[in-house]
Structures are given as structure tokens and as C-alpha cells.
Write a protein that binds this ligand. Structure first.
Ligand SMILES: [Zn+2]
Length: 510
């Protein structure tokens, strides 16, 4: 990539093609210096220049076309200068596809002990004896050294709930800081995104859109969400923000989220997402499936021969049993985290792919209803103590500053266990499944299965809130009302590979 230097560089570094819309949902493609990615897109998070446990080759295999790095953490180690020497983030990581770096602004919210002034933010963490200071200029300087394709403006994120006055101050400050970012940003091969703030106040969101989106940038982010406000308030805030954002630019919802958040936000016109959840939760053994989540480390999976997700075609699901992953994670073997992460990120990418296809085919609304109905189904739900899970791993606390609780659908039922013997053969014969996968791959069908149609339930949720570490726990839990009406066929992925016919629904409640 070229390291051009032009004052206040205009952005020719990004082009956005809006291919089609379905309701408010948008199907597009973003092209940046290191290639293109299809939208709606999910970006796995590589906080320190790696998505924990994933080689770039693995990451590619999940379907990820862009990933994210974190300016604050990369600045601490190995430092912008070293990253630059190593060929930028792309060269250092061995990832030649698009990368986005955040600005460090979110750490204003997530890290304790800091001082916010007009000049910038001073963090308590000391590097070489000096406290870390981030300013709009410094953030641009570091992000230019890191060399990502898309870089984010340095913004002022406030916690939730925020006093109106503070939220208003943050809106104006974020706008002033954006102007400084634009002046400091010199590389023309990087696209600078502005970030809309305003907490959950509709008029402040509107004001922030006016202040930020008038600055003619190649893309805009909705920031300041996923900070403990809960699912419904998050969606309401998107509703109060998105309609005023320019249609011809990509919209990025920062730090979000759970599968249900992604589906609902895509329905509201969001194009890009990032979140540590699929990888972070994987390391604690939380597995995402179309039917909800479950914790594979529980005793009940000790001898479970099913794959992590019977409807997934990822490397982990093609080759290994829940029992093995249960053993690996419980024994603190690295491979356990690797396999769970591989699966969870694949699940997210498959979800995005399914949404893109549904938009193209003009059936996004029915997809949304069917997916949520199934994913949030009331059936045999159990409480999963994510609070406890997320509190267990100290060294990871930095990339997930909130905690949350959710309900989950257990994947096995007594009835399924009875039918198990019939399926044991396929599960215990990974080489067979591998062959089938290869055949399926040749046919171009990556994954798929018939989802048990649950009907057109309301799939209404109260909130899927993450609550802030600090305390103001707006706890979550959702009201459960997955309906069981007449069924529209809910297909997670439309095409159905030969392999999955046998697997369909196995090990999952229907
Ligand atoms: Zn999988």
C-alpha cells in the first residue's frame, strides 16, 4: 500500500455499492485498499492483532472478509512503530484482506481511571513510565502507522445511563474531535469513518448525525451503543439514528453484538458489525447454534458424540464431538478454545451470509421472523450464567468490559438421546463426514439445513442488555414469547448440502 501524504486527505479509499434493499435492510459491497467485503458484514475482533486462537487461514475459512484491530491495545504492544516496520497490521498479521481499526475511543468508556479533557484522554496505564494519552491527532497517527483500510475517528463514548448534559457534551466534543481527526489524517489509502454519538436521547442522536454526517466522510458509525442499554433501547436508538444517515454510505454499528442484535439491526439498515462475543464466549465453552446457545463444558456433554452444532459445516463441526471439546476446554487445552472459536465465528459468518441472501431474494422479513423465532424459542430453555462465565477470565477482561446474562436452549433432549444410536455412526466417522463435506463444497453448498419451522412467533424480547462492569447492571434476560404458530419455513442458509440431511435437527430441540 502507498503511504501518501496529503493534508486532510479526501477519501477515495472506499467505495460502497448498494446492490439492493429489502425494506430497510441493505445488501451491498464495500471496496477498500485491500479488497472488498460483502455487506451486511460481521468483523471478528483481533484486539491485539490476532483473533485469539485463529490463524488468518482459519479466519478466512469462517467466511470473514474483514477483521478488526484495536488501536489502544496495539499502541501499548507492540506499538505503532514496530507494527509499521513489520509492514503494517496486514504484514504483521499475515492478513491481506481489509482491516478496520477502532480509534481507542471505546476505551474511554471501558477502562477505569482516566481523565477526559478537550485535548484528549489520559489513561492510567503507563508505558515506559508515562501515562498513555490519546488525542484525536495521536489516534490518527497510530492508526496511520497500523495501516488499516478503514480507520475510526476518536470519539467520546459515554456510559449508560448517561446524564443528558454529559451526553450532549460528548456529542459536541465528538464533532470537534472529528474535525481534528480529519485534519490530522493524511493517508489517502485509508477511509476515515465518523462516529455518531448521543447516548439514547433521540434529539441528541439527530444532532450528532447532523454534526458528523455533514463532514462528508466515506462511512459513518453508530457508536455509544452496546454499553448496557439493552436490546430494545439499542434498537430504538438505531431507529432514531439510521433514517437520518446518508443512504449512499456504509453504516457501521460498533461493538454489536448477539445474533439477535445483528438480525434486528440489519432489518434497520445497518451494514457492518464487530463484536468480541463469538470468540470471547467460545473460550468459555459457549457455543452458538441456530437454536440458541449452550455451554459445552457442562457435564451433560461429557460423552456427547454430536458435533458442536449439527447444522454447521465448519472444520470443528466436521471433525470433532462435543465430548472432545468438553474435555479440551475443561482440561484447559488450547485446542478447545480454538475449535469453539472457529465454530462460533463460522456461525456468525453463516448468519451474515444467510441474511445477505435473504435480502437479495426479497424475503428478509420472513427470514428475520423465522430466525428469531427459532433462535429465541422458549422450548427447553435454561438459564446460562454468563455473568459467572465472563467473570472467570481475568486476562480477557479488557476486550469485553461488560457482563451479561442470557437464556439458552440446551441442544440435547432425552428424546434425542434415544435416537442417538442411529446417528452415532456418522458422528464417530469423521473421515466419512469429511468426504461428504468435500463433495458438498464442490457443489458450492457450504452449509445449510432445514430449520425446524417454528412459525411466526413474535420473537419479542425485553432486552439483551450487556451491563457495564462498573455496576449499573441493566440486566438482561428477555421475555420469552417465541410463538408456535403456523410455520413459515425458516432456513438459516437456503441451500442444503447433501451432508446435512442426515444431521438435520439432531441433538437439537425442535
Ligand atoms: Zn461449526
Amino acid at each position: 500500500m502507498t503511504d501518501t501524504t496529503q493534508e486532510g486527505a479526501p477519501s477515495q479509499a472506499l467505495s460502497f455499492e448498494l446492490k439492493c434493499t429489502d425494506g430497510r435492510a441493505r445488501r451491498g459491497r464495500v471496496t477498500v485498499t485491500h479488497g472488498s467485503f460483502e455487506t451486511p458484514a460481521f468483523m471478528p475482533v483481533g484486539t491485539r492483532g490476532t483473533v485469539k486462537g485463529m490463524t488468518p487461514r482459519d479466519l478466512r475459512e469462517t467466511g470473514a472478509e474483514i477483521c478488526l484491530g484495536n488501536t489502544y491495545h496495539l499502541n501499548i504492544a507492540p506499538g505503532g512503530k514496530i507494527v509499521k516496520k513489520l509492514g503494517g497490521l496486514h504484514g504483521m498479521m499475515g492478513w491481506d484482506a481489509p482491516i478496520l481499526t477502532d480509534s481507542g475511543g471505546f476505551q474511554v468508556f471501558s477502562l477505569p481511571k482516566l481523565e477526559i479533557e478537550e485535548e484528549g484522554v489520559t489513561f492510567a496505564f503507563k508505558k515506559g513510565g508515562k501515562a498513555i494519552q490519546l488525542t484525536p491527532e495521536r489516534s490518527m497517527q497510530i492508526q496511520e502507522a497500523l495501516g488499516a483500510d478503514i480507520i475510526m475517528a476518536f470519539d467520546h463514548v459515554v456510559a449508560h445511563p448517561a446524564p443528558y448534559q454529559l451526553a450532549e457534551e460528548a456529542v459536541y466534543r465528538t464533532s470537534r474531535w472529528l474535525e481534528r481527526c480529519r485534519k490530522a489524517h493524511t493517508r489517502t489509502d485509508q477511509a476515515l469513518f465518523g462516529i455518531v454519538q448521543g447516548s439514547t436521547f433521540p434529539n441528541l442522536r439527530r444532532l450528532s448525525v447532523e454534526l458528523i454526517c455533514s463532514q462528508d466522510l466515506p462511512g459513518y458509525a453508530i457508536g455509544g451503543l452496546s454499553v448496557g442499554e439493552g436490546h430494545q433501547l439499542m434498537m430504538d436508538t438505531i431507529d432514531q439514528t439510521e433514517p437520518f444517515m446518508p443512504a449512499e454510505k456504509p453504516r457501521y454499528l460498533m461493538g454489536v453484538g448477539y445474533p439477535e442484535d445483528l438480525v434486528e439491526a440489519v432489518a434497520r439498515g445497518v451494514d457492518m458489525f464487530d463484536c468480541v462475543l463469538p470468540s470471547r464466549l467460545a473460550r468459555s465453552g459457549i457455543i452458538f447454534t441456530r437454536h440458541g446457545r449452550y455451554r459445552v463444558t457442562k457435564g451433560r456433554y461429557k460423552a456427547d458424540k454430536f458435533p458442536l452444532d449439527t447444522n454447521c459445516n465448519c472444520y470443528a463441526c466436521r471433525n470433532f464431538s462435543r465430548a472432545y471439546v468438553n474435555h479440551l476446554i475443561n482440561s484447559k487445552e488450547i485446542l478447545g478454545s480454538v475449535l469453539a472459536t472457529l465454530h462460533n465465528i463460522t456461525f456468525y459468518q453463516d448468519l451474515m451470509r444467510a441474511m445477505r441472501q435473504a435480502i437479495e431474494e426479497g424475503r428478509f422479513e420472513s427470514f428475520r421472523r423465522a430466525f428469531l423465532d427459532e433462535y429465541l424459542s422458549d422450548d427447553r430453555k435454561e438459564e446460562l450464567d454468563l455473568e459467572e462465565v465472563l467473570g472467570t477470565s481475568e486476562h480477557d477482561a479488557d476486550d469485553l468490559p461488560w457482563k451479561t446474562t442470557h437464556s439458552v436452549v440446551p441442544p440435547t433432549t432425552v428424546e434425542e438421546n434415544r435416537r442417538r444410536s442411529r446417528r452415532d455412526a456418522e458422528v464417530s466417522a469423521p473421515e466419512e463426514r469429511m468426504k461428504e463435506h468435500k463433495r458438498a463444497s464442490k457443489g458450492g453448498a457450504r452449509k445449510g439445513s432445514k430449520a425446524g419451522a417454528k412459525g411466526q412467533g413474535k420473537a419479542r424480547r425485553a432486552s439483551s442488555g450487556r451491563s457495564q462492569k462498573s455496576s449499573k447492571s441493566s440486566k438482561s434476560g428477555r421475555s420469552k414469547s417465541g410463538g408456535k404458530g403456523s410455520g413459515s419455513s425458516s432456513k438459516f442458509a437456503k441451500s442444503k448440502s447433501s451432508k446435512n440431511s442426515k444431521n438435520s435437527g439432531s441433538g437439537k430441540p425442535k
